[in-house]
Design a protein around this ligand. Structure first.
Ligand SMILES: Cc1cc2nc3c(=O)[nH]c(=O)nc-3n(C[C@H](O)[C@H](O)[C@H](O)COP(=O)(O)OP(=O)(O)OC[C@H]3O[C@@H](n4cnc5c(N)ncnc54)[C@H](O)[C@@H]3O)c2cc1C
Length: 411
């Protein structure tokens, strides 16, 4: 029997989880897997929020060569340029790669140019290099504050961004970091978001918790505040209001990292997919798990869950068995505050927190910080060995492990 050729584009959360879970379910004689990606490592992005505060970066890059060899997965380090749908081929900077089944997991990119001045005057938090540059400026802020020069730092979630939680983390970490340096009182921190509610992706319980934290920290906050322009020292909003800043940090508007001509596109060029299976509409041989697809929230754990559904569907097709029912999407997110974390587990319906389900949970304390770091270490260790993330962790933790938040005092 000729093996089915499964070609996976991208080596992020979605691409690797699909490849490794599929290999765990189907031998090389059944499925030949090829991963095409620009990089030969996996970046564990959740921990990059600590880079501005002096954390090391090297261990966040997980090398993949050994994992691919061990699991008999072919790797092509190349840039994807397009898909020739009629021939079942992917065009890359290093030639063509064929497919019987195609998994498009090239993720999202940012497009700061959508908002005048953003590329020039704001720090993006989307990539490690930008986070290091933000760290440099935040160190200047602390230095100026120490010398009695008041400083203003503004965090803003503009329209078009679909992954706001990391910016909340950085704002809260910045507060903790300044307090440790005993210069917090000389720095005004503001957080303006275009979301209708604070940290909308994580549901009402996390919203209450973050609202309390922002109040306790003295972070001035506005919702439905749509940033429309940035100049060297001012952020201008849709309602005409203006905030002055010394440093502006944003997670810019997001778009698909690769635009695929000939495939159905949703808003911002994300691939239009069946909600549960992540099959591209009208193209049952192509899937788009993770940020590349049109799911309205862009988060790593959602990418893992979607990848598991894709791997399950492809394995079932190869075996000729019915596809397993995809698990209902569940957000799990730890908001890191440097010395402490708040954790939310929120079921989604239609891509939004399902408040009516009564199944949302939040917790807070040092234990959640440790748990989040442990999950990251576990994921990196599994990917390094070519293994998928344990499904039980990707899909939620038992309710009994949750406890209600214990909020910390701010000094
Ligand atoms: C600072 C920050 C912190 C975050 N923290 C969290 C968190 O704590 N929890 C959470 O759940 N989510 C978090 N996220 C979101 C999470 O990182 C993304 O949702 C996740 O990375 C999406 O996975 P993906 O595989 O779909 O895409 P990506 O991880 O972006 O992977 C895309 C892959 O495609 C490759 N690629 C792109 N274009 C091409 C091309 N043309 N040719 C070849 N290869 C290409 C890339 O190199 C990469 O390997 C965070 C994001 C940021 C920016």
């Amino acid at each position: 029997m000729t093996p089915t050729q499964v070609t996976v584009l991208g080596s992020g959360f979605a691409g690797l989880e699909t490849a490794f879970r599929l290999r765990a379910r189907a031998k090389a004689e059944q499925v030949r897997i090829t991963v095409v990606s620009e990089t030969d490592d996996f970046l564990y992005r959740p921990e990059t929020v600590r880079l501005p505060f002096g954390a090391a970066e090297a261990h966040l890059h997980v090398p993949l060569g050994g994992a691919f060899r061990r699991r008999e997965i072919d790797a092509v380090i190349a840039t994807v340029e397009g898909i020739e749908l009629d021939r079942g081929q992917v065009h890359t900077s290093r030639g063509r790669v064929p497919y019987d089944r195609l998994v498009v997991a090239t993720g999202a990119a940012t497009r700061p140019e959508e908002i005048p001045g953003l590329a020039e005057y704001a720090h993006s938090i989307a990539a490690p290099a930008a986070l290091h540059r933000l760290g440099e400026d935040l160190r200047w802020v602390a230095q100026n504050a120490r010398h009695g020069r008041p400083q203003r730092v503004l965090f803003a979630v503009p329209p078009g961004n679909l992954c706001s939680p990391p910016l909340y983390e950085i704002a809260l970490m910045f507060d903790t970091w300044l307090r440790r340096k005993q210069v917090r009182e000389s720095v005004d921190i503001a957080f303006d978001t275009s979301e209708e509610t604070l940290v909308a992706a994580l549901g009402s319980k996390m919203r209450h918790l973050v609202t309390h934290e922002f109040e306790a920290c003295g972070i001035d906050t506005r919702t439905s505040a749509a940033l429309v322009e940035a100049t060297e020292r001012e952020a201008v909003f849709a309602d005409g209001s203006v905030r002055e800043f010394d440093v502006l940090a944003v997670f810019p508007p997001q778009v698909a990292a690769v635009g695929y001509a000939g495939l159905p596109l949703a808003d911002r060029e994300f691939l239009r997919c069946e909600p549960g299976t992540r099959a591209v509409l009208g193209r049952p041989e192509i899937y788009a798990p993770g940020d590349a697809g049109d799911f309205p929230l862009k988060l790593g754990l959602l990418a893992l869950q979607q990848a598991d559904a894709v791997a399950g569907a492809i394995a079932a097709q190869v075996r000729g068995t019915p596809a397993p029912e995809p698990a209902a999407p569940m957000v799990r997110y730890a908001v890191d505050m440097l010395d402490y974390a708040a954790f939310a587990q929120v079921p989604l319906a239609g891509g939004r927190p399902d408040e009516a389900s009564g199944r949302s949970r939040v917790g807070a304390g040092l234990g959640w910080r440790v748990a989040a770091r442990t999950a990251g270490i576990l994921l990196a260790a599994r990917f390094r060995r070519g293994l998928p993330f344990p499904a039980v962790l990707g899909h939620g933790v038992p309710e009994r492990t949750h406890r209600m938040p214990v909020l910390r005092a701010r000094h």
